[in-house]
Design a binder for this molecule. Structure first.
Ligand SMILES: [Ca+2]
Length: 328
């Protein structure tokens, strides 16, 4: 079986950490770079966390970790989502840094180079704000046509948001970047809250990972912190698997139910900042006539998750994670 080239663009973050270990566990991917981006925490911290995680999953001698953009395209610098991810983003962990050299290329530069090296083959999985991907597109719009597919975790097509009534965190954090990306013509799949809030990880799943041994001990500690955070925020005894789900969908869309359509990101209003307006390709415009600009904009379409799919993602996650043991 050939492993396909992929870049994981991430703002670790607990579920980002789980997404990395899950990606390696699938055995389906040849991870060409782990590009960090600010989001859950400022860019310096997510870079440090990404390096430490690369070491924990024993890839740091093979896979370069890159430093991401220092701030969103046109907003104030990233703030910390420590409420969910712990003070430094990875629960209560103090993982040692990797001894790997610091690459000179930024995350966006690495994305551009790899899109040329693996033209037509490269999958990009983004599990943080879309700043790096937007910078790559602004630098070279043809990036959109060299990438095989971008699968990103973010947005809320037909459900409420998780950072405001209408916006999901990754898109809200850098809505301008998200709009650059989803209007670029890049083949994208949006793994949004419509799907990720439906694949929950509960205490029986945690017990299964605990029983899997030392290779999942780090994941179990991280998941405990994450589940506690969701409990505090009224989520009950389970947490969503946002970022791992995006990785899962890179290989198999049947983890979600998706429809084709345009996504337009609200960038002007503060009240609805980062709302992802979904315009299904099959929509009936029963009560309005589309403006020419909306018709033109709605030509950039992608796959948009509207709910969970027939294949059980939580089950796959629990079975796959132990296949790539982590240390620490
Ligand atoms: Ca993330």
């Amino acid at each position: 079986m050939t492993a396909h080239p992929i870049v994981l663009d991430s703002d670790p973050g607990i579920d980002d950490a789980l997404a990395l270990q899950y990606l390696l566990g699938t055995g389906l991917w040849d991870l060409k770079a782990y590009t960090s981006v600010g989001g859950n925490l400022p860019a310096d911290v997510t870079y440090r966390n990404a390096r430490a995680l690369a070491r924990a999953v024993r890839i740091d001698t093979d896979v370069p970790v890159h430093h991401g953009a220092g701030r969103p395209l046109s907003r104030l610098p990233y703030k910390a989502a420590s409420d969910f991810h712990g003070p430094a983003g990875l629960g209560h962990e103090a993982l040692p840094d990797s001894a790997a050299a610091h690459p000179a290329e930024s995350s966006a530069q690495a994305l551009l180079r790899l899109s040329r090296d693996y033209e037509g083959e490269l999958t990009v999985c983004a599990t943080g704000p879309l700043t790096n991907v937007a910078i790559a597109l602004l630098e070279d719009p043809a990036f959109a046509h060299r990438v095989k597919r971008l699968v990103f975790m973010g947005g809320a097509a037909q459900v409420p948001g998780n950072v405001t009534p209408v916006a999901e965190f990754n898109i809200w954090t850098d809505p301008d970047a998200a709009e650059v990306v989803v209007s670029s013509g890049i083949p994208f799949t949006m793994v949004d809250l419509d799907a990720s809030h439906r694949w929950l990880f509960g205490s029986a799943d945690l017990a299964a990972l605990e029983a899997a041994g030392a290779g999942t001990a780090l994941a179990v500690r991280l998941l405990r912190v994450y589940m506690d955070a969701y409990r505090r925020h009224g989520g009950g005894d389970a947490c969503p698997l946002h970022d791992p789900l995006a990785v899962g969908v890179c290989a198999d869309e049947s983890f979600i139910t998706a429809a084709e359509g345009a996504v337009i990101v609200e960038c002007a209003s503060e009240l609805t900042r980062g709302k992802t307006v979904f315009v299904p390709s099959a929509a009936e415009r029963a009560y309005y006539t589309e403006s020419p600009s909306l018709t033109a904009r709605a030509r950039s379409t992608g796959r948009v998750a509207l709910g969970p799919g027939p294949r059980n993602f939580t089950k796959d996650f629990v079975a796959t994670l132990p296949l790539w043991p982590a240390v620490g």
